[in-house]
Design a protein around this ligand. Structure first.
Ligand SMILES: Cc1cc2nc3c(=O)[nH]c(=O)nc-3n(C[C@H](O)[C@H](O)[C@H](O)COP(=O)(O)OP(=O)(O)OC[C@H]3O[C@@H](n4cnc5c(N)ncnc54)[C@H](O)[C@@H]3O)c2cc1C
Length: 557
């Protein structure tokens, strides 16, 4: 099996597949422990306490999703959550222990119980390193291709996914990887926006690669703005801060969340808090730099230094603020994509042989709005399930083979990039315009006019990207050529986000259309699927939302 991506989803899938007897190759464009999962801070949800229940976790997730999440998949995730925490704990993840020595939790947004397990504010880092030890331990079954870049997925004449073409970043060599099953675990697409909380490597590669070979994407319009990011650079101040008791204040010193979420205040779900902040800013109650304040001084200093030490560093290094002594200015910023490659609860896509898990996928457990700390859970639960399912598939079939000549197509593409004249726009300039455009028109509040402008711009940028020149024409760690390929992926992803946002004419979760007020269950309680459908422009279709036991209700916090 081939697994593309070695963040939490990819590593969990690789371990599960190896345990199920498969021989695995795992590819990552960066060293695995630099995968973006390493940035995850606040924690991971599970109803593990005896007083809590998976049903309560599932209901909170359904409500958080604004009823767009598929309830069968949400049930699977919440039922399997406790086992994943115990699995990690037994492998050696040093989860926080409370005063009685039990696993301790913190509160997170949209949750009716404190069910977020954590390692200070470096939870992703802690888990990723422990899983990586396990990958190394299983090196007889799991081959690691570190700093290899997947350029294209491969298909046979029947449309089955049979592997991928990958480039060794160290010397530029291309190889065909034949595989009985391919699991995409290549993460989200944060760099489509600027600023974003996501690192430079999060460029939507897997979403675009799957889309280009006919996979359906689902709910792409659902892009999460996190309520607490630093102005300017977009760095994240974890929701863990509010979970520990921090307040949000406007420039008048008012704890404004009381007006928007009288029961939950700062711990309403993220879409609700981000909209509240943006409303305060738009109506003139924010600060001059387009922000409101997060007051972490409400958390005892000792606790902040123990449980939130990374954001103490971020505040000091990037904003010049000692968050233990004064409020810090924040605003909503792009953070996560709920949409992605459409899969079932075993990670299967509509392309036979192709699976997806983690942020690249849309199962859909997050629907219109992901609850904080449910994403790490999603990577582990559906990473594991994809690994097992794909391994079982692999035992029942012969190894497909793709002619090595398939490399020639990729070679031609790369040669064409290398050979471009230097008279087009620079890749960085196109990316910058893309990010700013998305952040202006496809953000917390949206309307037809802005979205139409965004679509026109994205389509113009797509044309400009085909002739954008590069400087480095060498083969060793040529990041210029990679940036050119990634830009193509980002533009494809951006186009599908805007098309989805234009299509959905209602307010639900992160999709807040000011020109279509209110949630409209009658017409829009459905998923928007987007595929190329054999053509070269996005085609829209719909699929039903699975409802098992929770009928849509008005959503208040
Ligand atoms: C700052 C921050 C804090 C967060 N905190 C939390 C939190 O506390 N709790 C929570 O639940 N969620 C959190 N999230 C969200 C969560 O971290 C991510 O959704 C999740 O880690 C994604 O994991 P993944 O395995 O799907 O992808 P990633 O960890 O992004 O891994 C993607 C992998 O794919 C590889 N890859 C990508 N493209 C290619 C290519 N073309 N070729 C080869 N390899 C490729 C990369 O090298 C990498 O190995 C946070 C996100 C951010 C940005």
């Amino acid at each position: 099996m081939l697994i593309i991506g070695a963040g939490l989803a990819g590593q969990r899938a690789a371990l599960a597949a190896a345990e199920a007897g498969a021989s695995v190759a795992i590819v990552s464009k960066v060293h695995p422990v630099r995968s973006h999962s390493v940035a995850a801070a606040g924690g991971i949800n599970a109803a593990l306490n005896p007083e809590d229940s998976w049903e309560s976790h599932a209901f909170d997730t359904v409500k958080g999703s604004d009823y767009l999440g598929d309830q069968d998949a949400i049930e699977v995730m919440c039922r399997e959550a406790p086992d994943q925490i115990l699995y990690l704990e037994h492998l050696g993840v040093t989860f926080h222990r409370n005063g009685t020595g039990h696993l301790g939790t913190r509160a997170f947004g949209g949750a009716s119980a404190a069910r977020t397990y954590y390692v200070a504010d470096i939870t992703g880092h802690a888990i990723l390193h422990v899983l990586y030890e396990q990958l190394m331990k299983r090196s007889e079954q799991i081959d690691r291709y570190e700093e290899w870049f997947t350029t294209d997925l491969l298909q046979d004449e029947n449309g089955h996914c049979t592997g991928a073409v990958c480039r060794d970043l160290r010397d530029g060599a291309l190889e065909v990887f034949n595989a009985k099953a391919v699991i995409l675990a290549s993460g989200g697409a944060g760099q489509v926006y600027e600023p974003t909380t996501n690192g430079l490597i999060v460029t939507g590669d897997g979403i675009a690669q799957a889309y280009r070979i006919g996979a359906k994407l689902m709910d792409m319009e659902m892009v999460q703005y996190h309520p607490t990011t630093l102005a300017g650079n977009g760095l994240l101040i974890t929701e863990g801060a509010r979970g520990e008791g921090a307040w949000l204040l406007n420039a008048e010193g008012e704890r404004f969340m009381e007006r928007y979420a009288p029961n939950k205040f700062e711990l309403a779900s993220r879409d609700v808090v981000s909209r509240a902040e943006q409303t305060e800013i738009n109506e003139g109650r924010g600060f001059g730099d387009g922000t409101v304040a997060l007051d972490i001084t409400k958390v005892p200093r000792r606790r902040t230094l123990e449980a939130l030490r990374e954001i103490v560093n971020i505040g000091r290094d990037f904003a010049g603020v000692d968050i233990t002594r004064e409020p810090i200015h924040i605003r909503p910023g792009m953070h996560y994509i709920m949409g992605g490659v459409k899969t079932d609860s075993d990670g299967e896509t509509n392309v036979p042989g192709l699976y997806a898990a983690g942020e690249v996928a849309c199962v859909s457990v997050h629907g219109g709005n992901r609850l904080g700390a449910n994403s790490l859970l999603d990577t582990l639960v559906f990473g594991r399930r994809s690994g097992v399912h794909a391994a079982n598939r692999a035992t029942q079939m012969a190894m497909p083979s793709t002619p090595a000549s398939r490399i020639a197509d990729t070679e031609r593409k790369i040669d064409a990039i290398m050979g471009r004249e230097q008279n087009g726009r620079r890749i960085g300039a196109i990316k910058h315009e893309l990010g700013r455009t998305m952040n202006e028109y496809v953000a917390v509040f949206r309307n037809e006019e802005g979205l139409t402008t965004a679509l026109e711009k994205v389509r113009r940028l797509k044309e400009e990207a085909t002739v954008a020149g590069i400087d480095d024409r060498g083969s060793v760690f040529n990041q210029d050529v990679i940036a050119a390929i990634e830009l193509g992926y980002m533009l494809d992803v951006a186009e599908t986000i805007v098309v989805g946002a234009l299509e959905r004419k209602e307010c639900r979760g992160a999709q807040w259309r000011i020109d279509y007020p209110g949630r409209n269950d009658e017409e829009w309680l459905k998923h928007i699927d987007i595929s190329l459908n054999g053509g070269d422009t996005p085609q829209v279709s719909y699929s039903p939302v699975t409802i098992t036991r929770w009928q849509p209700e008005e959503r208040t916090y």
